[in-house]
Design a protein around this ligand. Structure first.
Ligand SMILES: [Zn+2]
Length: 379
């Protein structure tokens, strides 16, 4: 039997930062190999699934028992980057302070990976009626490429999935989807005193902003999701850059937007609508545009409140399933045909910041709860 805190200390010691800026990004293979070693020793069949376009990155599928159906315990292996200055202890050294275990990724979500591994060490594969899969992904904190590759592979197949993101052990059955796009508007340059000699990209942008504002108002009416604190889809103007001198016609400007999608909105269809909107906005202005994906994103995630799985988790957790504002890999596991719930030890407010910690009590309670869930769903 493995000790959860010792496992957590070992996982925290192995850096696995992922970032969209290459300067901070690092491979996750060392932590995947370490987990594969632990789980193989426990009798799991393991598969390391390399990410074809990301050297040094891989997912892990470890399976205890065999047969159809069963349960997936899923977590990401990567952490966000850390601020050198903000930490009072070494981010790669699990440090306990009263009830708190500090370390990069302790809450988000190496604590859960330690719990899942520890639970596997107490199970007897021969007594499982259905398999338990422990799935560890790459790149959740950057582009979610690990989950994307996993979903494309269609492995593993199971009935149920628990994603152990830090929810303070409250079940989550719904969150919004997201996509991010860059829209580069191109006009022409010329002297400011002769505005008719070239289309001004900033004039084009004003048409685009107006059209996007009208579109988001329509989306707000078309798609409602009263379960969320913000009960409608959103579209945020997040970044704009363009032009140089006041006395020149502006030739190029780029706008970045972020959309949060509610259930029923398909990211592919939204991108098509976005193109229709941009084409209409720029018609007759002389400007053209190029759209590029900043974050491929994912659709909203929803498991029905009536689902038997939701009821089981609610009963064992002693709390009703809720919605959250942050995104997870749940949409990918859902798309593979598994009923999916997000629940894990630690709090999201403790993640992504210096001195990240998970409480020992939360880790222990998470272990008890998840072990009950695993027992109920694999026997
Ligand atoms: Zn996370």
């Amino acid at each position: 039997m493995l000790n959860t805190e010792k496992l957590l200390a070992d996982l925290v010691r192995i850096p696995s930062v992922s970032s969209v800026s290459p300067a901070f990004d690092s491979p996750n293979l060392p932590i995947i190999e370490r987990l594969a070693n632990y789980l193989e020793d426990l009798g799991c069949a393991t598969e390391i699934m390399a990410l074809p376009e990301d050297p040094g990155k891989a997912n892990l599928i470890a399976t205890l028992g065999s047969g159809e159906g069963g349960l997936v315990l899923a977590g990401h292996s990567d952490t966000v980057p850390y601020d050198d200055t903000g930490w009072e202890s070494d981010p790669f050294q699990l440090t306990s302070n009263n009830d708190r275990l500090h370390g990069l990724g302790s809450a988000d979500m190496k604590g859960f990976l330690a719990v899942a591994t520890s639970i596997a060490s107490r199970l007897d594969a021969k007594r499982l009626k259905r398999p338990l899969h422990i799935v560890v992904t790459a790149d959740e904190e950057s582009q979610m490429n690990g989950a994307r590759v996993l979903a494309a592979s269609g492995r593993p197949k199971a009935d149920y999935c628990i994603i152990g993101e830090p929810t303070d052990l409250k079940p989550v059955r719904m969150h919004k989807g997201v996509l991010m796009e860059a829209i580069a508007i191109h006009g022409g340059s010329g002297h400011s005193s002769e505005p008719d000699t070239a289309p001004n990209a900033l004039d084009g942008l004003s048409h685009v902003l107006h059209a996007l504002d009208v579109w988001r108002e329509q989306l707000r009416k078309r798609f409602r999701a009263p379960e969320f604190a913000v009960p409608y889809p959103t579209l945020n103007f997040g970044h704009v850059h363009g032009g140089d001198n006041p006395n020149r016609i502006c030739a190029d400007v780029e706008l970045h937007i972020d959309m949060r999608l509610v259930p029923g909105m398909d990211p592919v269809a939204m991108r098509e609508e976005l193109d229709i909107c941009l084409n209409q906005a720029l018609a007759g202005t002389g400007c053209t545009y190029k759209r590029r994906i900043l974050f491929e994103g994912f659709g909203a995630f929803e498991t029905s409140a009536d689902s038997e799985f939701v009821r089981v988790v609610e009963r064992l957790a002693g709390a009703p399933a809720q919605t959250v504002s942050f995104g997870t890999e749940a949409s990918f596991f859902s798309s593979m045909g598994m009923e999916t719930i997000v629940i894990g030890p630690g709090r999201i407010s403790q993640a992504h910041q210096p001195n990240e910690y998970v409480e020992q009590a939360s880790l222990a309670a998470g272990e008890t709860l998840l072990e009950e869930l695993v027992t109920e769903l694999t026997s």
